[in-house]
Write a protein that binds this ligand. Structure first.
Ligand code: FAD
Length: 376
């Protein structure tokens, strides 16, 4: 008899949701995490009474009612609606591309005139490519021009995308942008999902609730005492890096990361919105997040005389940095497949979450994937 039914390596959303579901079915879990706090990338730190998203701004969104009801059964979510604004050379544009954006860009007030303008610019791009004898877009720039035309591309896509990927749009593959939806309504709600929000009191409340019936050991790295942890439970749920689990035997997987520059300001309201994207190439950061706007609305914003902002710099990843985004190129996909083949042969180890599956996952699909595990 082992001491636990499950050893869960990592207290991020995958590990914590797994711990909650396992406890609900009467299982005993130990959750270890190498960080000093739980919650993985959802972790928030309280700074001047404001929940600061330490590993990047997180907005929960889903159309899956089961997932929404589940997270709300742990902690109630607020009414936050993501409606980012783009700043291009000091001029502001609403996102996603909608009638507000088209009014700001061209002064057009009707869906018919906005659509005609976009179609005209798309046609110009097509004609230009035709004249060059190009039938399929050869790169992201050509793809974006065909989808939305030059004005939207140059003001709202080009600089931001180049900063995000650290490469020129003409050097990025076309497939990165499959669709660029334009909305012919005055609607700044970024997501199409039915439900969205932020846990009232912050994400730490969600994680605390999910972990309430598990034993939790922070500051504990699985690899520092691998032998012990491998034998402490009937099954292991591993949510760390899959290549590290196999001692990088096939080579290292690569990532892109984000560097956050945090600042506390003695002003109650810096930019009037949680998310402002900087879409010109000469501004080095991609976005400024003002954290208090995730949880205080209207006049409440002024209850706290301080605010906290984070400038986000998209950066090449190297050892020691946070591995945020998997790189979906051929080398890394093939490498991951090699590790996955080893993982598929394990009988008592479940590999789950963004690092173990080397996959970008939003939060709701993480919860769905834990549900799937328990339903199968
Ligand atoms: P993680 O949160 O990374 O948790 C893994 C945990 O394992 C970590 O706590 C880590 O310390 C621990 N661990 C790793 N190795 C070991 C080890 N050897 N020993 C012990 N512990 C270990 N999703 C949304 O839905 N909306 C958003 O707005 C959103 N914004 C995002 C912004 C950014 C910048 C990023 C990178 C992601 C964003 N996401 C968002 C996605 C979201 O972060 C993920 O869905 C979620 O964090 C995945 O949870 P996880 O448990 O798989 O991974």
């Amino acid at each position: 008899m082992k001491k636990y039914d499950y050893l869960i390596v990592g207290s991020g959303l995958y590990g914590s949701t797994f711990a909650c579901m396992a406890a609900r079915s009467g299982k005993k879990c130990l959750v270890i995490d190498k960080r000093s706090q739980t919650g993985g990338n959802l972790y928030c730190e309280n700074v001047e009474g404001i929940n600061v998203h330490k590993y990047g701004a997180h907005i929960f969104h889903t159309s899956n009612k089961e997932v929404w009801d589940f997270v709300n059964s742990i902690v109630e979510f607020n009414r936050y609606t993501n409606s980012p604004v783009a700043n291009y050379k000091g001029k502001l544009y609403n996102l996603p591309f909608n009638m507000n954006t088209f009014y700001q860009m061209w002064g057009l007030t009707t869906p018919e005139t906005a659509l005609a303008k976009i179609e005209e610019q798309k046609r110009e791009a097509e004609e230009l490519m035709c004249a060059e004898g190009v039938s399929e877009p050869r790169n992201l720039e050509e793809q974006a021009l065909l989808l939305v035309g030059r004005d939207i591309y140059e003001k709202l896509i080009k600089g931001y995308t180049e900063k995000q990927w650290g490469r020129k749009c003409t050097e990025l593959p076309a497939f990165i942008i499959k669709r660029l939806p334009v909305r012919l309504v005055f609607d700044n709600n970024y997501f199409n999902d039915k439900y969205q929000g932020i846990p009232i009191g912050g994400y730490n409340k969600l994680i605390e609730g999910l972990l309430k019936d598990a034993e939790v050991m922070p500051d504990t790295d699985f690899f520092h005492d691998r032998e012990r942890w491998m034998n402490i439970a009937d099954k292991i749920v591993f949510t760390g890096k899959i290549d590290e689990f196999y001692s990088y035997c096939f080579g290292k997987l690569e990532y892109r990361t984000v560097r956050f520059e945090e600042e506390v300001l003695s002003t109650p309201n810096y930019q009037g919105n949680a998310v402002v994207n900087y879409t010109e190439a000469t501004v080095p950061y991609t976005r400024i997040i003002e954290h208090k706007h995730f949880e205080s609305f209207g006049a409440e914003v002024y209850d706290n005389p301080y605010t906290v902002i984070s400038r986000e710099y998209s950066t090449e990843w190297s050892e020691g940095m946070e591995p945020y985004y998997p790189v979906n190129d051929t080398r890394n996909s093939q490498l991951y497949q090699q590790y996955k083949e080893l993982a598929d042969m394990e009988e008592n180890i479940i590999f789950g979450g963004r690092l173990a599956e080397y996959k970008y996952y939003d939060m709701a699909p993480i919860v769905e994937s834990v549900f799937k595990h328990f339903n199968d």
